[in-house]
Design a binder for this molecule. Structure first.
Ligand code: TXA
Ligand code: MG
Length: 349
């Protein structure tokens, strides 16, 4: 039986609840100490966590997810001083970024030192991705456990990442020791990954923290790794991701009265788009409202994976999704949408 710990943000400060809370946190810590794997909330997506020093525990993560062993995990911490155990002294530029964006939705790839971390967790690389999450419950778990936790997204490899505890249970129940059931992830897409092993730094995966925000802090340019031309620096980027089982197609420019969908008469159609598109969509189409309007990028990112999961579990044969304008704030969102579609695009008309 998978254990479920219900811990909400309000529980952390509820004076009447402190004893029960401490008991839950202690139980979770002991489970990690014994090499168990547990689904935990973060502000980006839910993670599947284990003690990053324990290779046996890390192997459980890879097999529960069906994840290829050459795809390294992100190491989660609650305090910068923990980095002393496994990275060299931090460059001041990295430190300034950590101060600006941590705790929060960005991971930094740093040179790895020593053999403190399980080499399985970092896929035998000589670098390591680290993140300090801000989700209050995720953060509390990290603080109480006081150990580095390796945590990839808590989905089966190839499925959309989980943005709430139910998604984790749907994918991984009986494959994990337990799941912490807390608030949904507020960002909804995985962290920005910034490669800081060479200068200028390079964005290996776009996310909520944008290139422009990073450049403003660094006062210098940040590169982006193009998945088409560059050799992937994040091994994970080479795998197809987040895909529902039906064909998924982006409608560039969005839907209007002139939009002609390339579908057969017999196909059941699903559309994921902003609420403002609803008026152009027929009764026989399954519509999921992703966000308020075409500029609501944050809300769209927060709801994207949930929408993909609902469509995936429905009886529609083909899915279309609104393509958002290309602006800095939509980069992470559109990156995930394109990855889910495998770059299949039509023009909205
Ligand atoms: O928001 C997130 O980052 C979530 C939550 C749970 O923190 N975690 C997450 O982990 O998305 P995962 O394992 O699904 O994605 C980690 C990405 C992969 O693309 C992996 O290849 C890359 O980070 N990565 C990790 N360590 C790396 C390294 N040393 N060098 C290059 N890429 C690395
Ligand atoms: Mg993932």
């Amino acid at each position: 039986m998978t254990k479920i710990w219900k811990i909400t943000e309000a529980d952390l400060t509820n004076a009447d609840n402190q004893e029960a809370l401490l008991e839950q946190l202690e139980e979770i810590k002991i489970a990690f100490t014994y090499g168990e794997i547990i689904g935990i909330p973060t502000e980006t997506v839910y993670g599947l966590a284990a003690d990053a020093r324990n290779s046996e525990a890390i192997n459980k993560i890879f097999s529960a997810k069906g994840r290829p062993g050459d795809n390294p995990l992100i190491i989660h911490i609650h305090d910068i001083s923990q980095l002393e155990d496994f990275t060299a002294v931090l460059d001041e530029r990295v430190l300034s970024l950590m101060e600006a964006f941590w705790p929060g939705p960005i991971s930094f790839i740093l040179p790895l030192t020593g053999d403190y971390l399980s080499s399985t967790a970092v896929a035998e690389l000589d670098s390591v991705a680290v993140r300090m999450p801000s989700h209050p419950v995720g953060r509390k778990i990290l603080q109480h456990a006081d150990m580095p936790l390796a945590a990839p997204s808590a989905n089966i490899s190839g499925k959309p990442s989980p943005t709430n505890a139910q998604h984790v249970i749907d994918d991984l129940e009986d494959r994990v020791y337990g799941v912490v059931d807390s608030e949904s992830a507020i960002y909804g897409i995985e962290s920005t990954v910034l490669d800081c092993t060479q200068f200028p730094y390079r964005i290996a995966r776009p996310g909520a923290v944008t290139k422009e925000q990073l450049e403003a802090v660094l006062e210098s340019a940040v590169d982006t790794v193009s998945s088409q031309t560059d050799k992937p620096i994040s091994p994970g980027m080479k795998y197809k991701h987040y895909a529902p089982s039906q064909p998924l197609i982006v409608i560039e420019g969005g839907i209007n009265n002139n939009t002609k969908l390339p579908v057969e008469r017999t196909q059941k159609v699903g559309i994921i788009a902003p609420e403002t598109s609803r008026e152009f969509i027929g009764e026989d189409i399954q519509f999921i409202s992703l966000c308020r309007d075409r500029n609501s990028y944050r809300e769209a990112a927060r709801n994207l994976y949930s929408a993909l999961r609902i469509m995936d579990n429905s009886d529609v044969d083909i899915i279309f999704i609104h393509g958002f304008d290309k602006v800095p704030e939509s980069e992470g969102l559109m990156n995930r949408i394109y990855k889910a579609t495998g770059n299949e695009v039509i023009q909205g008309g």
